[in-house]
Design a protein around this ligand. Structure first.
Ligand code: ADP
Ligand code: MG
Length: 224
């Protein structure tokens, strides 16, 4: 599902360097990504999602070579194939919760918003406990509620690959389990691949495998 080969990346402004000689994740595999802050975990997810392009090497996702795709096709591919739960959620402030969850369907012709999809959006909102917030705007929600809305939005298109960037961070233990249950349920029913950055070491036992980012560090991150 994910194959990185000889990937190197650095930001145009900055010292940080990421080098991943080889990394593969099989379809259906559930992988936790751990590593110190600043070690490049978010950068990796952005490379896998095709939001960032590597300076060198190749990234193949679900049989598609991202480096050969045009910007437009990379974007459509991302919206239809990848459910990305961003570290800062990436919710749109001027849209209410329901419109945030439906948003992927409004920005690409590759997805069609049908009555069953709307119904599923409501079911997901209920499962994640945000069904009473559908007409609210993100700014009026708690941190945990925003996180769960971001998860509903990521899961709605039944993505083949879920990228979760600290989706359980800053939550109480019950909410952590609820969120992980929702992610794992989505991955097991659809044979979805899950790549999840986490600092919650008590959750690691639920994953098939752990990728530790210290292995990819070229330069130690500066102490902050
Ligand atoms: P992590 O998610 O593991 O905390 P990140 O991937 O966010 O790490 O960041 C890795 C390094 O890249 C950090 O040193 C960070 O400051 C730097 N960095 C992140 N985003 C940018 C950016 N847009 N421009 C320049 N440097 C960045
Ligand atoms: Mg990060």
């Amino acid at each position: 599902m994910i194959r990185l080969s000889d990937v190197r990346f650095c930001y145009p402004t900055g010292e940080f360097r990421l080098a991943i000689p080889e990394m593969s994740v099989a379809a259906g595999e559930k992988v936790a990504v751990i590593g110190p802050s600043g070690s490049g975990k978010t950068t990796l997810l952005n490379l896998v999602a095709g939001i960032l392009a590597p300076d060198n090497g190749s990234i193949n996702i679900a049989g598609t070579d991202l480096d050969r795709a045009t910007d437009q096709s990379r974007r459509d591919f991302r919206i239809t194939t990848i459910g990305f739960i961003f570290q800062d959620f990436g919710l749109i402030d001027y849209l209410d919760v329901l419109d945030n969850i439906l948003h992927p369907y409004r920005i690409t012709s590759s997805l069609t918003l049908t009555a069953p999809i709307r119904q599923r959006a409501l079911e997901l909102a209920e499962q994640l406990g945000v069904d009473t917030r559908l007409k609210h705007h993100p700014a009026t929600l708690s941190h945990g509620e925003r996180q769960r809305v971001a998860i509903c939005r990521a899961l709605l298109p039944d993505p083949k690959l879920i990228l979760a960037d600290e989706a359980t961070g800053n939550l109480d233990p019950d909410n952590k389990q609820l969120i992980l249950d929702a992610l794992f349920e989505a991955t097991s029913t659809n044979h979805t691949t899950l790549l999840a950055v986490t600092h919650d070491h008590e959750l690691l036992g639920r994953f098939d495998r752990i990728v530790d980012f210290r292995a990819f560090l070229v330069n130690e991150p500066e102490a902050s």
